[in-house]
Write a protein that binds this ligand. Structure first.
Ligand code: MG
Ligand code: MG
Length: 264
């Protein structure tokens, strides 16, 4: 069942998502070689609670392991998504995808940004650039009358043209009072296929793109998704609403990009 949102609900979703943007902005300030992923998560946990919200990822159950223990997911290099923050020290040349969720006034924020740690190689920077481009191309196609397959096609065609892999096992999703609602929003697809996009539809679009093959496996911890070939992966995510006939980006990279000089 797909729940379409009212104007009021979209504004509540926006508040939750703007807080995710601010949280990612705070994280951007501390990311450098020597920082641990646990420090990133602790900062997010405190910042989200200080702003009257709850970090939604903490405690998410998992049939293959224990509940997720931390406020954010930190996935380093060949880790695609769902990395558990720990004492791993980030090193010069690493990339780290920080996926953040908030629950504020009953609505969910969900957004992810892949950060560079120190000086990152040009080929990895190109992966990040293409992945982020594919997110915005997908958002542009999210207009009433198009279909979910158009979104997937936008991501897949852009990334595969550069020789990158599109992860199949994980997808974007509807979002609202629940972090994960219907419909599923794959990062691959055929134009003109799938559910029709309509006003009031609120979805998280989140390309997960690999430098090599798209195959992944789940680590023994039951959470961390890792590329089989060990090549790096990027993950960018925005929550959007289809609103007045156009995509409206509810989350924000502005705070990150205002201070993220090490851009690509
Ligand atoms: Mg997310
Ligand atoms: Mg998501």
């Amino acid at each position: 069942m797909v729940y379409l949102k009212t104007e009021e609900e979209i504004e509540l979703l926006r508040q939750a998502n703007l807080l995710v943007g601010k949280t990612l902005g705070e994280i951007a300030k501390i990311i450098k070689p020597g920082v641990t992923t646990k420090q990133i998560s602790d900062l997010a946990d405190t910042f989200i609670r200080d702003n009257g919200a709850v970090p939604t990822f903490k405690g998410v159950p998992n049939p293959y392991g224990g509940p997720f223990p931390s406020a954010v997911c930190c996935s380093v290099n060949e880790q695609v998504v769902h990395g558990i923050p720990n004492d791993r020290v980030l090193e010069d040349g690493d990339i780290v995808s920080v996926d953040c969720g908030t629950l504020l006034n009953g609505f969910n924020g969900d957004s992810c940004y892949t950060f560079c740690v120190g000086e990152v190689s040009d080929d990895v920077k190109a992966l990040l650039k293409t992945t982020k481009e594919s997110l915005y191309l997908a958002i542009q196609t999210a207009v009433p009358g198009h279909r979910l397959g158009d979104i997937g096609y936008a991501v897949q065609s852009h990334c595969e043209a550069q020789g990158y892999g599109v992860v199949r096992e994980l997808v974007g999703h509807g979002i609202g009072r629940e972090m994960h609602e219907e419909p599923m929003v794959p990062n691959y697809g055929r134009r003109g296929n799938g559910m029709k996009i309509v006003n009031g539809l609120c979805i998280a679009i989140e390309p997960m793109i690999t430098m090599g093959k798209h195959d992944v496996y789940i680590d023994n911890d039951g959470w961390t998704v890792i590329t089989k070939d060990g090549k790096p992966a990027a993950h960018f995510e925005h929550t959007i609403a289809i609103h007045n006939g156009a995509p409206d980006i509810l989350s924000s990279f502005e705070e990150v990009e205002a201070i993220e000089e090490k851009l690509y």
